[in-house]
Design a protein around this ligand. Structure first.
Ligand SMILES: NC(=O)c1ccc[n+]([C@@H]2O[C@H](COP(=O)([O-])OP(=O)(O)OC[C@H]3O[C@@H](n4cnc5c(N)ncnc54)[C@H](OP(=O)(O)O)[C@@H]3O)[C@@H](O)[C@H]2O)c1
Length: 257
C-alpha cells in the first residue's frame, strides 16, 4: 500500500525533489510546492511524462501564515484526495546567534516550525478520510543543542518532538507520522546556510539526496516513527542520547565551528 495523492513542500531542489521523484515512481499523483515555480514546472512535466501521473505545481512562500489554508482550500476545490503530506521545506542560518539577523532567525522558524505545524493541522481533515501518511523532515541536528546553529537545531528538535508525539496520537486514526532525520546531505542547504567552511568534513559523511529520500519513503511506508538514514548518522544519534548532554553540545559546536 502506498500514497495515491501526495503533497511535497520544498520540491524545487535537494531532498524534496528526490522525495517527489520516488513518490512518482510509486505512482502517487503529486502537488509540488515551493517559491521557484520554474523549477517546479520542469520537474512536474518530467515526472508526469515519465510515470503517467498527474503532477501539479503550487507556488508558495510558506513563511506566510495564510499559505497553508490557501493550499488546503485549493486542494478541496479541486477535490484532490490527499493521502500524503511531506513537510520537507526548511532552511537554516549558521553563525553565532547575535551575528545572524533576527529576521533570518524568525523567517527560519516560520518555515521550519510554523508552516510545518500549520500544514499538518490544515490537512488533517483530508488525511483522516483514508489511510494516510505524513513525512516530516527534521535533521540529526534535532538530537542535541548546537552552538553556532542554535535556532536551527532547536527548530528541528521541535519537528522531532512534535512529530513523534503525533505518531502516537494519529496511529489509531490510521495516519502514520514519520520523522526523517538526515545528516549532511548534498543539496543547496549548505550554501544557503553559509556552512561552506564545513564542506570538507561534511563531504566525508555526505549522502545523496536520493538515498536520504529513499530511506525516508521506505520508513514511512513501513509505518516507522523515525528514520535516521546512514549507519554513521544512526550511530551518532544513539550515542548522543546516552552521552552527557554537555559533552555532545561541545562536540557538535566544534564540528560546526
Ligand atoms: N542538506 C542537509 O545537509 C540537510 C540535513 C538535515 C536536514 N535537512 C533538511 O532537509 C530539508 C530539505 O533541505 P535540502 O537539504 O533539500 O535543502 P535545499 O536544497 O536548500 O531545499 C530546500 C527546499 O525548501 C524550499 N523552501 C525554502 N524556503 C521556502 C519558503 N519560504 N517557502 C516554500 N519553500 C521554501 C526551497 O524551495 P524554493 O527556494 O524554491 O522556495 C527548496 O525546495 C530541510 O528541512 C532541511 O532542514 C537538510
Amino acid at each position: 500500500m502506498s500514497p495515491k495523492f501526495s503533497i511535497v513542500t520544498g520540491a524545487s531542489s535537494g531532498i524534496g525533489l528526490a522525495l517527489a521523484e520516488i513518490l512518482a515512481e510509486k505512482k502517487s499523483n503529486l502537488i509540488l510546492v515551493a517559491r521557484r515555480i520554474d523549477q517546479l514546472e520542469i520537474l512536474a512535466k518530467k515526472l508526469s511524462s515519465q510515470h503517467g501521473i498527474a503532477c501539479y505545481t503550487f507556488q508558495s512562500d510558506l513563511t506566510n501564515r495564510s499559505e497553508a489554508q490557501r493550499l488546503k482550500s485549493w486542494c478541496e476545490e479541486k477535490k484532490f484526495p490527499i493521502d500524503c503530506l511531506v513537510n520537507n521545506a526548511g532552511n537554516g542560518f549558521w553563525g553565532e546567534f547575535e551575528k545572524v539577523s533576527i529576521n533570518q532567525h524568525l523567517n527560519m522558524l516560520d518555515l521550519n516550525v510554523i508552516a510545518l505545524t500549520n500544514l499538518t493541522g490544515e490537512f488533517y481533515p483530508l488525511l483522516k478520510k483514508q489511510k494516510s501518511w505524513v513525512l516530516n523532515v527534521a535533521s540529526t541536528a534535532a538530537f542535541q543543542a548546537i552552538p553556532t546553529f542554535a535556532a536551527y537545531a532547536a527548530s528541528k528538535s521541535y519537528v522531532l518532538s512534535f512529530s513523534r508525539a503525533l505518531y502516537h496520537e494519529w496511529k489509531p486514526k490510521n495516519i502514520t507520522v514519520t520523522t526523517l532525520c538526515p545528516g549532511p546531505t548534498k543539496s543547496e542547504f549548505m550554501q544557503q546556510a553559509q556552512l561552506s567552511h564545513v564542506d570538507k568534513i561534511a563531504a566525508f559523511f555526505e549522502a545523496s539526496a536520493h538515498s536520504v529520500a529513499l530511506s525516508g519513503i521506505k520508513g514511512m511506508l513501513k509505518n516507522k516513527p523515525e528514520v535516521v538514514p546512514g549507519f554513521l548518522n544512526w550511530m551518532g544519534s544513539k550515542l548522543v542520547q546516552i552521552s552527557p548532554r554537555y559533552l555532545s553540545e561541545i562536540l557538535s559546536g566544534k564540528f560546526f565551528h
